[in-house]
Design a protein around this ligand. Structure first.
Ligand code: FAD
Length: 290
């Protein structure tokens, strides 16, 4: 199908993009277009104008600061995956970005677009929660930094206001942490039926910082607090497979069972079963390389 007609704007800076949003009520930002254009072609969305931020220099690229890595919102997944240093310094983000779609999707889709879209079945929300990133946005009133734990509000809903642009994602540099992402992909689309990201840090052989999060289960990415609590303080070397399985069995404990995703691809019961198994797998994989 063809989308309805729309005006097209291509700003050269974030400020210009913000002005274009203000001047064109109902305008949508266009980044990689891999979520927006399908909804326009299927008639689910019909914005009067698009503000294409994919070529804004300030929004692209990866910068290493003293303690954090800043990924510009319009940086493609491919650029992130090709960054060898990122694999060293934040495995969970690198591994999850590599799991998004296929090569064509990764060549065009953007890191910031994924989080801004907040699709419950996307891969990056779990990794962003597990890595404890900070999301930076800019609007008419200036810049804001949003801790990822406060970012997701619901299905396709987050803390970005309509007149704001997600400008960058700040990721902790964690060369000593070990991260892993595993997912049960939808056989038709590759999106996560369930995906689990684990990010583990240890001190003197004891797990001190455990962050585990899931996609595809609820209407937005969620931390799995009871699993984190069960593993924190455990000894890396003496954790048995049974203990990891027991910890993973707590994955659904804090989740509202009536709000678990239910669609033609998987029932809530099946999703919760997958959640336990994939949580166990993610923790095992992260422990293997700690
Ligand atoms: C065939 C196919 C397979 C896919 N498989 C997967 C998969 O396995 N896993 C996965 O996670 N995703 C998958 N995707 C989705 C893909 O990752 C998209 O790239 C992503 O969801 C959105 O990023 P985008 O840059 O394409 O954003 P766009 O489609 O351009 O925009 C999406 C929405 O976010 C808004 N937006 C974009 N950038 C910003 C910004 N900087 N600030 C504020 N708002 C912004 C737009 O206005 C729009 O509403 C797939 C897509 C396709 C077509």
């Amino acid at each position: 199908m063809y989308p309805d007609s729309f005006d097209y704007h291509r700003p050269e800076s974030v400020e210009e993009a913000l002005d274009m949003l203000a001047d064109n009520p109902g305008a949508e930002l266009l980044a990689g277009g891999h979520s927006l254009l399908p909804t326009m072609k299927s008639g689910l969305s019909s914005p009067d104008s698009l503000v294409d931020i994919s070529e804004v220099d300030d929004l692209t690229g990866i910068e290493y600061g003293e303690e954090t890595i800043t990924v510009g919102a319009a940086t493609t997944y491919a650029t992130v995956v090709d960054d060898d240093q990122l694999w060293e310094e934040n495995t969970v983000i690198a591994e999850t970005t590599h799991a998004v779609g296929d090569k064509q999707v990764r060549n065009r889709g953007t890191f910031g677009g994924n989080l801004a879209h907040s699709d419950p079945a996307s891969d990056l929300p779990a990794a962003a929660l597990a890595a404890d990133v900070t999301v930076h946005v800019q609007g008419p009133d200036g810049e804001r930094a949003i801790p990822i734990d406060d970012f997701f509000h619901g299905m396709y809903a987050n803390d970005i206001a309509e007149d704001e642009i997600l400008t960058a994602v700040e990721i902790p540099r964690q060369p000593d942490a070990s991260g892993a992402y595993v997912k049960k992909p939808s056989p038709s689309s590759g999106y996560a039926l369930v995906g689990v990201a684990a990010n583990l840090q240890a001190e003197d052989g004891t797990l001190t910082d455990v962050r585990i999060a899931a996609n595809g289960v609820m209407d937005h990415g969620v931390r799995l607090g009871p699993v984190e609590d069960a593993l924190t303080g455990e000894s890396v070397d003496s954790l048995s497979s049974e203990e990891i399985e027991d910890a993973a069995a707590h994955a659904p404990d804090d989740l509202d069972e009536f709000m678990v995703m239910d669609d033609m691809q998987a029932s809530p019961e099946f999703r919760l079963q997958l959640l336990k198994v994939y949580t166990e797998d993610a923790v095992e994989a992260a422990l293997d390389s700690l």
